[in-house]
Design a binder for this molecule. Structure first.
Ligand code: TXA
Ligand code: MG
Length: 340
């Protein structure tokens, strides 16, 4: 397939690009578009055949449901039951934004989108390009992250091209993604609501607005509430080793381990840079600012692969705020977790 690629950051041709992408969605094609979390691979959510194309392009298992992207509240009400006060409160407070809510679906939503579930995941991105696209085609857009299944989600234009050039009809390139990590997924079909996937809208923020259930750990043997969480995720080609402990022990461990294996990189906090003897150091930003760590994690995984790094040692944030989302993705990607 010859992919039509547009750079939305150029002032010329913007309307033409959105017009082509919207028509492609209407015609049942596949469009990659930027959002504030990660890039998405979209199709008309109401067209089963188009949605099947997403699963094929990504190599995604068909039992892993998709998120449907909308531009406004009336589109949510068209697809799902929004009568629950807790769902309404979340919509009013956090949408548009980096959060997805799971609601009881209505008949308009095909089971191909929901992987046979009676519920549908819905998100209103806070990103001009994505909203312009949805408004132009006037259709809800089903879209998973625009990576080959299992790989780190693409958060920068060059990463989208690596995975989706030749697989989608249109690619819309924007800036590097603001959050760099997928949306929080919140199940609003249960009382109290439950976080199925941590993201940039944090447990602490949500607890300020609605009652929250404690999240369960999802294991492979259970029938998971969020089917996607059971799969191996976010993996670069390099081995990922997450290292937990106090800074001095972590630095000591990584410096020793890395000198024994060739081709190592470290993802560490900026203030500790000088303490590492490893040749490739990638800064996760300041330890006190986990939003920066979350924003760069996937991009660094891909950069390490580009450099042919064999082992990536990664420092851990505190398990709070957006640090929860960072740790969730890191631990899912990790081949090994060292607790010192
Ligand atoms: O930030 C994001 O959410 C990005 C951008 C493109 O919007 N999308 C994204 O999609 O991360 P994806 O497909 O990579 O992850 C969707 C997650 C999966 O874990 C899936 O199992 C879960 O949402 N999910 C989708 N529908 C669900 C449902 N009805 N019930 C429970 N979980 C659901
Ligand atoms: Mg994904």
């Amino acid at each position: 397939m010859k992919t039509r690629i547009y750079d939305l950051t150029l002032s010329d041709g913007y309307c033409n690009a959105i017009q082509d992408a919207a028509q492609t969605i209407k015609d049942g094609g596949l469009v990659v578009f930027p959002t504030e979390t990660v890039y998405g691979l979209g199709a008309n959510a109401l067209d089963e055949k188009a949605v099947s194309g997403i699963f094929m392009a990504k190599g995604r298992p068909s039992d892993n449901p998709l998120i449907v992207h909308v531009a406004d509240v009336s589109m949510i009400a068209m697809l799902a039951d929004l009568s629950e006060p807790q769902a309404k409160a979340v919509v009013d407070t956090f949408m548009p934004g980096p959060i997805t809510i799971v609601l009881k679906k209505n008949n308009l939503v095909p089971y191909t989108v929901t992987a046979g579930l009676e519920t549908v995941a819905i998100r209103m991105p806070n990103e001009k390009y994505a909203l312009d696209l949805i408004r132009k085609c006037q259709l809800p857009i089903a879209a998973p992250s625009a990576n080959i299944s299992g790989k780190p989600s693409p958060t920068r234009p060059e990463h989208v091209l690596q995975d989706m050039d030749g697989k989608a009809d249109v690619i819309l390139l924007g800036e590097n993604c603001l959050y760099g990590i997928e949306s929080t997924v919140l199940d609003c079909t249960v009382h109290p609501a439950r976080i199925l996937r941590p993201g940039a809208i944090t447990q602490e923020q949500l607890a300020g607005v609605i009652e929250l259930a404690l999240s369960e750990n999802v294991s492979d043997s259970d029938k998971p509430k969020s089917p996607g969480m059971k799969y191996n995720h976010y993996k670069p080609n390099a081995a990922v080793i997450a290292v937990k402990g106090n800074d001095a022990d972590v630095i000591d461990y990584i410096n020793r381990a890395a000198c024994e294996s060739s081709g190592s990189a470290v993802l560490g906090f900026s203030e500790l840079k000088d303490a590492f003897t490893v040749s490739h150091f990638f800064s996760l930003g300041n330890k006190e600012l986990p939003q920066e760590s979350a924003r760069v994690l996937f991009a660094y995984f891909r950069e390490c692969d580009r450099l042919g790094v064999e082992t990536i040692y990664v420092m851990c944030t505190e398990n709070e705020g957006i640090g929860r989302a960072y740790l969730n993705r890191l631990l899912k990607a990790a081949d090994q977790v060292i607790e010192l």
